[in-house]
Design a protein around this ligand. Structure first.
Ligand SMILES: Cc1ncc(COP(=O)(O)O)c(C=O)c1O
Length: 378
């Protein structure tokens, strides 16, 4: 950095942001290690190994013709589809450039210096970023068995708290909160704080849960005016590259978030693909089934290897190692990309996304070889 750049004036809370570290792209690894791209397996960003549904692909092809025009700023068709699918009014819906955008919009609408956000230790890293970007205070509540301690979070809410973030399931730990636990938490927040504290329930991995386990978040959003439910098309719907997600909340909060939203925040292809994907139940069911089988495959291999992991409710597994950075480097050399998570406060762990059977097998085989080498050297 040049001396001039170092002296640029910017708010301290912006200068202090620790940037988000994404999963390593396949291209970067290929460039760095000269590997054959066809032999690289990426299990690092919780993407859908099946790709996207053919209905979404067809919708993208059909909308290629109109790309010289701006996207629909109101997301009419996508909001109608979400409204129909979940039985919520269209004016309760905010569409986002990924659900990351919904989290940021909640931060932008509600946080400012002098106020705080509550979130859990090991919770999704964007809660920290969205809070820090507003110059707001962080109240980080110690995790309970790698998951959210909702009682602790309730007690941690301060007079200056405006926002609580909950990830369910959580990334990177894969932990899950039941409908009863989330409902109880919302009731208590309402009793103690009325609508002065908004709760964001981030359900990016919701579609991977068996229907019977899911939080009834649509019923909850109808009951609690201070709840934002955030969902993603990046995971089970397989549209991560298009960047599209949505938030559902009652109109007052929806309108607040609309004030800080970029007018054209969701592109045309993303809107079309998401609208089509939303009703492709066959693809969604297949995504969940492939994930369940892959989870079983990975977790039983980890059991066999005697490794510690956090049982997952999502499309990844968090695994503990004596030397996570060393194992990560050894995996990269063998063409397997997983995700170190030191910036989540978990330097001894690696997060492994669940892939197709042969991809999971590549990871298992590479890991077995690496651990065997290390035992020999020890
Ligand atoms: C818990 C959680 N929430 C939200 C997101 C954001 O996803 P996207 O912006 O792709 O919808 C992610 C992505 O990994 C996540 O893990």
């Amino acid at each position: 950095m040049s001396d001039q750049a170092k002296t640029l004036v910017a708010p301290v809370h912006i200068k202090d942001i620790q940037p988000y570290v994404p999963g390593k792209p396949i291209e970067d690894l290929v460039r760095e290690l000269g590997l054959d791209p066809a032999k690289v397996v990426k299990l690092a960003s919780n993407e859908n190994p099946l790709g996207m549904s053919s209905a979404a692909k067809k919708a993208i092809e059909a909308s290629l013709a109109g790309l010289e025009r701006y996207p629909d700023p109101g997301g009419y068709h996508l909001k109608q589809a979400i409204s129909k699918r979940f039985d919520v009014p269209a004016d309760w819906i905010t569409i986002g450039n990924g659900s990351n955008d919904i989290l940021e919009l909640a931060g932008m609408a509600l946080l400012e210096p002098g106020y705080s956000a509550v979130y859990s230790q090991y919770a999704f890293v964007v809660y920290r970023l969205a809070t820090q970007a507003r110059g707001a205070q962080h109240i980080v509540v110690p995790a309970s068995e790698f998951g959210h301690d909702l009682d602790g979070m309730l007690e941690a809410i301060a007079p200056n708290t405006r926002l609580v973030f909950i990830a369910n399931p959580n990334n990177p730990t894969g932990t899950f909160l039941s409908n009863a636990a989330v409902t109880r938490f919302l009731e208590s927040v309402e009793q103690r704080h009325g609508t002065s504290v908004t709760v964001v329930l981030d359900e990016a991995y919701n579609e991977y849960l068996p229907a019977s386990d899911r939080v009834d978040s649509i019923a909850l959003v109808k009951r609690f005016a201070n709840l934002v439910v955030s969902r993603s098309f990046s995971k089970a719907y397989g549209l991560a590259g298009l960047r599209v997600g949505y938030g559902i909340t009652q109109p007052v909060l929806t309108q607040l978030m609309a004030r800080v939203r970029q007018p054209f925040n969701v592109n045309t292809l993303a809107q079309a693909a998401a609208t089509a994907a939303l009703f492709d139940d066959v693809f969604l069911a297949k995504s969940a089934a492939v994930n369940d089988a892959g989870k079983q495959q990975l977790q039983s291999a980890l059991d066999q290897m005697g490794l510690t992991y956090v049982p997952s409710f999502a499309n990844f597994v968090l695994v503990k190692f004596d030397d996570a950075p060393g194992v990560n480097q050894a995996l990269l050399k063998r063409g397997v990309i997983v995700r170190p998570v030191p910036s989540d406060g978990l330097p001894d762990w690696l997060r492994v996304s669940i892939g197709l059977e042969h991809e999971n097998a590549r990871f298992i085989e590479a890991l077995k070889a690496i651990l065997a080498e290390r035992t020999e050297l020890a």
